[in-house]
Ligand binder design. Structure first.
Ligand code: E4P
Length: 218
């Protein structure tokens, strides 16, 4: 399972990269705005900086919502760096754009996916990644994890190569459940990755080992 970090914060991306388990980064216009990154040139420079920090795929989202606009923006984003994956919203023109990019060998991440039918369309169009937003489904009392299970079954039934990128991950149990269900990738905040480390018995056990060592070596 690949681990992506869902942020545009360079410090957090560096921390996750330094941990040695990071496979990529997802961003979106809200995450960019949260870091105060505005204006086309600044946004482009920020993508370049992210690509310099990580070794893996970096999703960069188009702002246009019409086919021509998405193609223009996506082609420019893809040229920025070989690690860039063009993030395209799940709308009619988005599906057309994903098909266009797929035919041209440009990798895509179909974002804002909330149903199995949307995921099926994204795979048919040739998306590299599909991003079901599990946390936002949970937020409206719908089972986000069930969507991961449905997409896994559909993709396996037909051998679709589109990778399931579980997005809008909010906590460690989301990561563990997505791993059990066979999601190819998860993207979440640094806190969700670091929380995987924690167990009270680890802390108690380590304290005991160190105390016993001290006793025997003092
Ligand atoms: C995915 O690519 C999105 O950036 C992200 O996971 C959305 O998460 P949120 O629902 O926490 O905003």
């Amino acid at each position: 399972m690949k681990f992506f970090i869902d942020t545009a914060n360079l410090q957090q991306i560096t921390e996750a990269q330094d941990l040695g388990v990071l496979d990529g980064v997802t961003t979106n216009p809200s995450l960019m705005a949260k870091e105060g990154i505005t204006g086309e040139d600044n946004i482009i420079n920020h993508y370049k900086k992210i690509c310099e920090i990580v070794d893996g795929d970096v999703s960069a989202e188009v702002i246009a919502t019409d086919f021509e606009g998405m193609v223009k923006e996506g082609e420019a984003l893809a040229k920025l760096h070989k690690q860039i994956v063009v993030k395209v919203p799940m709308i009619k023109d988005g599906i057309k754009a994903i098909k266009y990019f797929s035919d041209k060998g440009i990798r895509t991440n179909c974002t804002l996916v909330f149903s199995a039918g949307q995921a099926l369309l994204a795979a048919k169009a040739g998306a590299t990644y599909v991003s079901p937003f599990i946390g936002r489904l949970d937020d409206i009392s719908t089972d986000g994890l069930n969507l991961i299970a449905e997409i896994r079954m559909i993709y396996d039934n037909y051998g679709f190569e589109t990778q399931i990128l579980a997005a809008s991950v909010r906590h460690t149990m989301h990561i563990i459940d997505c791993a059990k269900l066979g999601a190819d990738v998860m993207t979440g905040p640094l806190s969700s990755i670091e929380s995987l480390l924690k167990h009270p018995l680890t802390d108690i056990g380590l304290a005991q080992f160190l105390a016993d060592y001290k006793k025997g070596n003092s």
